[in-house]
Design a protein around this ligand. Structure first.
Ligand code: CA
Ligand code: CA
Length: 188
């Protein structure tokens, strides 16, 4: 795998500024946080994402969002964290729509393959099919939450590879423990 052309588009998405002016975000938050606790649990985050996107987000996808945006690590999402999270999902939604070439509301293998090329990845069709199987509940199509998860994971492990492939030759040599660390870092 050669990754030297990978852009930092995903990391700029992650660093998106909160949508301070978007009143709707506050409304979605309050709609779900109806007893005014000031935070969303994993379950209520799932509900809030449904209101915000009119799309189902799996529990797994919500856990990923929680891991990315629970800045104070209290296992809940407050309003500021939710604003950042919505901005992030919104940007991914635009990416998703851009590559949903036939406007089906899902991304198929051909569209995903094209999206990856446009994002700077050079990956084989067999690998794309494998990713579709791993992340897509229906292995022929990916929904928005599945697409985000697949892209975030590919980005994360590409970064781990890139910092070890200093000469950008597309090959790295790993010690056993370093290999395990890459895997375990996916959990923190
Ligand atoms: Ca939090
Ligand atoms: Ca499509």
């Amino acid at each position: 795998m050669s990754n030297q052309t990978v852009t930092d588009s995903n990391s700029s998405i992650l660093n998106a500024k909160p949508l301070e002016t978007l009143k709707e975000v506050e409304e979605w938050f309050k709609k779900v946080d109806n007893n005014n606790t000031g935070f969303l649990t994993l379950k209520s985050l799932q509900e809030a994402l449904y209101w915000s996107q009119n799309k189902n987000f799996s529990k797994k996808a919500c856990k990923l969002m929680m891991s990315l945006f629970d800045g104070d690590r209290n296992e809940t999402i407050n309003l500021d964290e939710f604003k950042r999270l919505c901005s992030y999902v919104n940007r991914w939604l635009h990416v998703f729509m851009m590559y949903d070439l036939n406007n089906s509301g899902t991304i198929d293998a051909k569209e995903f393959s094209y999206a990856l090329i446009q994002m700077g990845y050079k990956l084989s069709n067999q690998f794309v099919e494998l990713v579709m199987k791993v992340f897509g509940e229906n292995s022929n199509e990916m929904t928005l939450d599945e697409f985000i998860m697949a892209c975030v994971e590919i980005q994360k492990y590409t970064e781990a590879f890139r910092v070890r492939d200093l000469e950008c030759i597309g090959t790295i040599s790993l010690e056993y423990e370093d290999f395990l660390k890459i895997f375990l870092n996916g959990y923190v």
